[in-house]
Design a protein around this ligand. Structure first.
Ligand SMILES: [Zn+2]
Length: 250
């Protein structure tokens, strides 16, 4: 992959790669212009449909198109909500590039934030990994972003560096922790596809070194979280603190 292509994809792809949106000055006109996966300011309005005029309005749906998949997804999302202690609105949108986003706000005031999952990203992940673990791994990363924002720990996680690298690595750490819980519940489940797709050498490994951490750093963060649950059987409160401590090294 050329550097130019990598840079382009880094701006379009999400949580495999996400993060840069927090530091941007200009707001996107279309969701496909949004860099990174954590939305702030006017980009939230874009996603939640509050913006009008030149900006496209997102068509957000809640179904995968399959009743069985919907049920499995709902179960997974409920588990994520319980694990992270948040209850975001979840929906699908038409992503031109495989993509997913988290926003701290929701149109439903009873919910904590919003997770938007691209239909193309969903289809791509399900095709590579029909177990659904990959989808829930990405969703876990997005849930982690919402938790960061609502936990009161965002500033400590973010630090004062020029990029959101620590925010991303913390989300990877917590996604790894969540996958360790799933592996504990289903010891025979293979997480190889997920790791390869998101943290290793797969197509979605389109990173900006300074923004998101290298693949090695992302894998290391995810594995550290995974070890806490699968090997050390630590509870989620322990993992949340450990994840904050973990990124202080960067
Ligand atoms: Zn992210």
């Amino acid at each position: 992959m050329t550097i130019a292509r990598r840079a382009l994809l880094a701006g379009l792809a999400c949580c495999a790669t996400c993060g840069a949106s927090l530091g941007r000055l200009a707001f996107a006109k279309s969701i496909d212009e949004i860099e990174g996966c954590f939305l702030k300011g006017a980009d939230v309005d874009l996603v939640l449909g509050a913006r009008t005029g030149e900006n496209e309005k997102l068509n957000i749906t809640r179904t995968t198109g399959s009743r069985a998949l919907d049920l499995a997804l709902d179960k997974g999302l409920q588990r994520l909500a319980n694990t992270f202690g948040i209850d975001p609105t979840f929906g699908f949108f038409e992503d031109k590039q495989p993509n997913a986003f988290a926003a701290p706000e929701s149109t439903d005031e009873s919910r904590t934030g919003t997770v938007l999952f691209g239909k193309n990203l969903f289809a791509e992940l399900q095709a590579a990994d029909p177990s659904g673990v990959s989808v829930l791994g990405v969703a876990a990363h997005e849930f982690a972003h919402i938790w960061q924002f609502h936990s009161g720990h965002y500033k400590r996680i973010r630090g004062t560096g020029p990029t959101v690298k620590r925010v991303e690595l913390n989300a990877d750490f917590l996604a790894g922790y969540y996958l360790g819980l799933r592996k504990t519940a289903h010891p025979n489940a293979s997480l190889w596809i997920f790791g390869e797709k998101l943290w290793g050498l797969g197509d979605m490994n389109v990173f900006a070194r300074d923004h998101h951490g290298t693949p090695e750093e992302r894998t290391e963060a995810a594995e550290a979280g995974f070890k806490l649950s699968f090997v050390e059987k630590k509870d989620v409160a322990f993992a949340k603190q450990a994840g904050i401590d973990y990124v202080q090294r960067y």
